[in-house]
Design a protein around this ligand. Sequence first.
Ligand code: BT5
Length: 276
Amino acid sequence: MAAEGAPGEEATRWHGHPPEVWRERWGVPALRIFHSVGSTNDVARALAEAGARAGTAVLADEQTRGRGRRGRAWTAPGGHGLLLSIVLHPGAAAAGVLPLRVGLAAARAVEALAGIPVAIKWPNDLMVGGRKLGGVLCEGAGEGGRSAFVVAGIGLNVLQRAHDWPPELRARATSIAAETGRAVEIPDLAGRVLADVSMAIAAGGEVLDGEETDALARRDPLRGRNVVVDGRPAGRAAGIDREGALLVQHDGATRRIISGTVRLADSGAARESDDA
Ligand code: BT5
């Protein structure tokens, strides 16, 4: 069982073991585990600013201020999901590449443990059956230029059932348990995600390589579909380039989208608060 404790207080045991046991098992340089914390990304950022080594990880059962991109919230009922942040030293990797590289590694970890195919909706959504299973939030050290470190936050829905979601997410969110009827152990998933993300970052170059772009293309639910970018019809999605930009074709021209919120033009169900 997850450890109990006051918000912001580190857990002394998590799923039956002290954090040090998990740290050793996963081979990470440092690990902080909380029953409840504001945002694991904030804790990881503070550790990174204090010089934490690459691979340093922060986990929580519950976040009181879990966040997505652009001020949106990440909602996860306590103990039902994986809430993980990893300090990365991404070297020369372009900013647009990181969420996709991390998302691909997380998708592969889920596929390996849960046996379900995971789509990656540009730039940071992990989807199963058209519903959101997880998301990635990469935050750098500062605005502009390249960061010495990046905190990769990963939220994955593991044990939630339909009644666990607030009404606005019920039709749009899913979990590994809801998709497979089986539970994956959160510590197993954490270990696998940590290993796969660290390996992908260590091996990754400045831009996505052919293997990565192929793997993303196979998991791209937007490709060939008409899309709406930040609320405006933009054209037909035509894949992801090596810098991590979304390619959109309209009137014979191809535009590179480097940031934004995208949905399918024909998905009424996805007329989401995400467009806000
Ligand atoms: C994301 O943002 O998808 C990135 C989420 C990253 C969360 C992790 S958890 C560990 C770390 N610590 C943090 O504080 N954050 C990271 P975005 O693309 O902006 O999506 C947010 C939107 O997804 C919300 O506006 C909701 O519509 C929806 N959403 C919120 N919680 C969800 C959930 N558990 N499952 C599916 N969809 C959700």
